[in-house]
Design a protein around this ligand. Structure first.
Ligand code: SF4
Length: 361
């Protein structure tokens, strides 16, 4: 397997011009006033940047030529571009994106009967090294900027329109990286995705998935976020979870439970527990009971996810269909809200836990 993210990123300080998409409306207005233009143009520019996702000032046709030239002279764009689109037999699309500094990330479009879901990345690589995840075998190179996260959504929406004549209905921050370790950029991207001057999506259609960083869950709660939160749990006892997710060493299940309770009290948002079922590791009746108990003191729904094999982690295998059904039934019989998530896009390494920029060289 070739895994390539080996180029040295261009340090941000050396960007030839500042990135205009890092400015909000107030900063744009300030810049306009200080350069002799009217502040009201800030809203027009913001709409071009986000709603239309333009990356060329000359196309901002309701601005004067003088203003377009001034913007061109002062600011630049550092968008990501679609490098490759692979289509799975089941219709899932994996989109490879190239960043301005030649780093690579991936996003996925998952079409189902009633949803068009984009799964997007928040970092290049990941520092958390979960043992079952292909991204966890890559070093973390850097955080994605808010515009880079937004661009993934915009481009995957274009793919949905082109391939399925439908717009995105849902977005999950479950691709490469830990979103809560890129907190400001993730929240800023969601602000643009949900803004009427951006894509205008409801925050209820957005889910941020974390491996479990208690401190940042408290911060989400204090920031009164409106989007959904998912915890990648995968084992409901500390000993097992420590074995597959090193982050659990410093964020025990008890600490996470407290943080999630606080999150629910502050936001009233039900939490999703993601649980990948590994054969002969976390799929016993005792494991199901541990999961049920963990879920009980929280307002949760549970997603049981089929495991997708990763070449670098041969110790993990998929639980059988029979065991998966029994596991889900154990929880449902006790009143838990359970959904089984079948694997999608496995033949193109687009399934959950498989994103690692394979095939790029
Ligand atoms: S599962 Fe998520 S947090 Fe864990 S290594 Fe993979 S990308 Fe990082």
């Amino acid at each position: 397997m070739s895994v390539l993210i080996n180029v040295q990123p261009l340090p941000e300080a050396k960007l030839p011009k500042p990135d205009i998409r890092k400015l909000g409306v107030p900063q744009l207005a300030e810049w306009l006033l200080s350069h002799g233009f009217k502040a009201f143009h800030a809203k027009q520019i913001y709409k071009w940047l986000w709603q239309r996702s333009l990356k060329d000032f000359s196309e901002m046709t309701d601005l004067s030529l003088a203003l377009r030239n001034a913007l061109e002279a002062h600011f630049g764009f550092y968008p990501l571009s679609v490098q490759e689109v692979q289509k799975s037999q089941d219709g899932t699309l994996k989109v490879g994106f190239s960043l301005y500094d030649r780093n690579l990330v991936e996003g996925v479009l998952i079409p189902t009967e009633d949803r068009m879901t984009a799964c997007i990345s928040s970092q290049v690589g990941c520092s958390l090294s979960c043992k079952f995840c292909a991204t966890g075998f890559m070093d973390k190179k850097r955080n994605l900027t808010a515009p880079e996260i937004y661009d993934q959504v915009f481009e995957i929406n274009q793919q949905a329109l082109k391939n399925y004549q439908a717009r995105l209905t849902n977005i999950v921050y479950m691709g490469m990286g830990e979103p809560l370790l890129n907190y400001q950029n993730v929240l800023s991207s969601i602000e643009k995705i949900t803004s009427p001057d951006g894509l205008g999506m409801s925050p209820k259609r957005i889910t941020v998935s974390t491996a479990g960083i208690a401190k940042m869950i408290y911060k989400l709660a204090d920031d009164q976020v409106k989007f959904n939160l998912a915890l990648s749990l995968h084992a409901a006892d500390d000993e097992k979870r420590n074995k597959i997710m090193p982050i659990n060493d410093s964020n025990s299940l008890e600490a996470l439970k407290e943080a999630l309770r606080y999150f629910y009290r502050q936001t009233q948002n039900r939490i999703t527990l993601e649980y990948i079922l590994f054969g002969n590791f976390n799929d016993s009746p005792q494991d199901a009971d541990n999961l049920f108990r963990f879920s009980q003191s929280l307002a949760t729904r549970i997603n049981i996810i089929e495991y997708n094999p990763v070449e670098l982690a041969p110790q993990f295998q998929r639980a059988s269909g029979r065991v998966l059904n029994q596991f889900a039934a154990y929880l449902a019989d006790r009143g838990a809200i359970v959904t089984v998530r079948k694997s999608r896009g496995m033949d193109i390494d687009a399934a959950c836990g498989q994103l690692a920029n394979k095939n790029k060289v």
